[in-house]
Design a protein around this ligand. Structure first.
Ligand SMILES: O=C(O)CCC(=O)C(=O)O
Ligand SMILES: [Fe+2]
Length: 252
């Protein structure tokens, strides 16, 4: 498999795939990985050692290289190859706008060092939340398997959550969504625990003009199947102890 971006049609800059109807800033690349790459990565996720999975009430997840301890990455092993290639090199290959640096150029480690993998069977979601201060404020989400809507919420003046989402982003399989800046810090995001996303249209989906297959949603619905998301972030604090211990941990 050729993991370089040269043979793959990526946008020339993030600016060309910015979701213009949203506050600063979100970017959506519909065809970020190929079907073959999606298949290979999905298989790696599914066949990871059982101990890698953490079961929540409705959903299960994996963290690579490990969970954070007090907002710190204590296990400084590099990401495994299948999480690194082709996704990380492709993210780093795209300039913000022509001639500029990539989205992680100013982050402490210059690249994502942590990946959270969430699996969402139909009728599962994630409560509205913010991702918090452990990370450099850039989240790169690669979706596998199925489409679903990510909701964006505003906090009310009194800090309470306004339960109606202000925007919805439709994430198709093989897409990359990047959220950063105000959208990262000032808004919450969540996924409804439903089997079918409804009321999907050009008017209600913020990234409609950037979708790969808008015709699939012409009847306004998206029947969900199991969707897996990989969220790439740069954890700000990496423990020095972890760095020293790193080489003696076995890779799994
Ligand atoms: O699966 C997604 O697209 C969102 C996951 C998420 O919000 C998180 O892991 O913090
Ligand atoms: Fe999140």
């Amino acid at each position: 498999m050729d993991s370089s971006s040269a043979s793959f049609h990526l946008p020339t800059s993030l600016e060309v795939c910015r979701i213009r109807s949203l506050p600063a800033s979100a970017y959506y690349i519909a065809n970020f990985i190929s079907e073959e790459e999606e298949e290979i990565i999905s298989r790696k996720v599914e066949t990871a050692p059982k101990a890698r999975w953490r079961q929540l009430t409705h959903r299960r997840l994996q963290t690579w290289p490990s969970d954070l301890v007090k907002d710190t990455l204590v296990d400084a092993r590099p990401l495994p190859d299948w999480l690194e290639e082709p996704i990380v090199s492709r993210i780093l290959s795209i300039p913000l706008s022509d001639g500029q640096k990539n989205i992680f150029a100013s982050s402490p480690h210059g690249r994502p060092n942590h990946v959270l993998i969430n699996e969402y069977p139909p009728n599962t979601g994630i409560m509205p939340h913010k991702d918090g201060s452990a990370y450099y404020p850039v989240v790169c989400t690669v979706s596998l398997g199925s489409s679903l809507c990510l909701n964006l919420y505003k906090s009310k003046e009194d800090g309470a959550l306004d339960p109606n989402p202000v925007w919805r982003i439709l994430q198709e399989p093989r897409s990359l969504l990047i959220t950063t800046a105000d959208l990262y810090s000032d808004y919450l995001h969540g996924i409804d625990p439903i089997s079918t996303d409804v009321d999907i249209s050009e008017q209600t989906i913020a990234n409609w003009g950037l979708l790969r297959s808008p015709y699939l949603f012409q009847h306004g619905v998206n029947q969900r199947q199991t969707r897996i998301s990989l969220t790439y972030r740069d954890v700000l604090k990496v423990s020095k102890l972890g760095n020293k211990l790193g080489p003696i941990f076995k890779r799994s």
